[in-house]
Design a protein around this ligand. Structure first.
Ligand code: GDP
Length: 195
């Protein structure tokens, strides 16, 4: 997809604020600091539309970005931030859960994992929960540029095993630094939204 226009639409704190455009939505999930904003920026070739390093814990909201007149990227709050209180975490859970289970326009969740590290407990429960609820999900491992090419397969295997993924479930290698994986991820998104 050629991105001609990308704009921030709203930080929604509840369903009443979700856009009414009836466009397909692609959600992005990942723990805080995994590289979610950087991935969005790379996908739309903007330096700083998705705010990188926004303060974790202050982001109990869904950030909507409209891409052309084709789709929305929906940036979910980063999870697994230790300093967020238990009640905040629970609030996060319910809010996002409702969106992921009920939003009819949601076509795909891009689950972003840091290629360098084995998935955390939070990563694993997020992934299991999505699978269990039949939410379409694709694992994207980012920061690939921080690992030598020869090590990629080994790291992907660790992630695959932690998530109980079969060999034919695809993992996309990504780097916001080099743009690796961008075309592959766009192809998948296009396929998912019937573009
Ligand atoms: P977010 O909290 O998930 O939105 O994470 P950010 O996008 O703010 O990224 C967190 C940090 O990781 C920043 O310092 C980014 O520059 C860095 N980062 C993100 N993606 C990549 C990547 O693919 N390669 C490298 N080398 N650094 C990255």
């Amino acid at each position: 997809m050629k991105v001609n226009q990308a704009e921030f639409i709203i930080s929604a704190v509840g369903p009443a604020q979700y856009p009414t455009d009836a466009l397909p939505e692609i959600a992005l999930a990942g723990r805080s600091n995994v590289g979610k904003s950087s991935l969005i920026n790379r996908m739309i070739s903007r330096r700083n539309l998705a705010r990188t390093s926004s303060k974790p814990g202050k982001t109990q909201q869904l950030n909507y970005y409209k891409i052309n007149s084709d789709l929305f990227f929906v940036d979910l709050p980063g999870y697994g931030y230790a300093q967020v209180s238990k009640s905040e975490r629970e609030k996060w859970g319910k809010f996002i859960e409702q969106y992921l289970l009920k939003r009819e326009y949601l076509k795909l969740v891009i689950h972003i994992i840091d290629l360098r590290h084995p998935p955390s407990k939070d990563d694993q429960s997020m992934h299991e929960w999505l699978k269990h609820n039949n939410v379409p999900v694709c694992v994207v491992t980012t920061k690939a540029d921080k690992i030598s090419r020869g090590q990629w397969q080994k790291h992907m295997k660790i992630i695959r095993e932690a998530f109980g993924m079969s060999k034919d479930e695809k993992i996309i290698l990504f780097s916001s630094e080099t743009g690796q994986g961008k075309d592959e991820l766009w192809s998948l998104i296009e396929q998912q939204i019937g573009y």
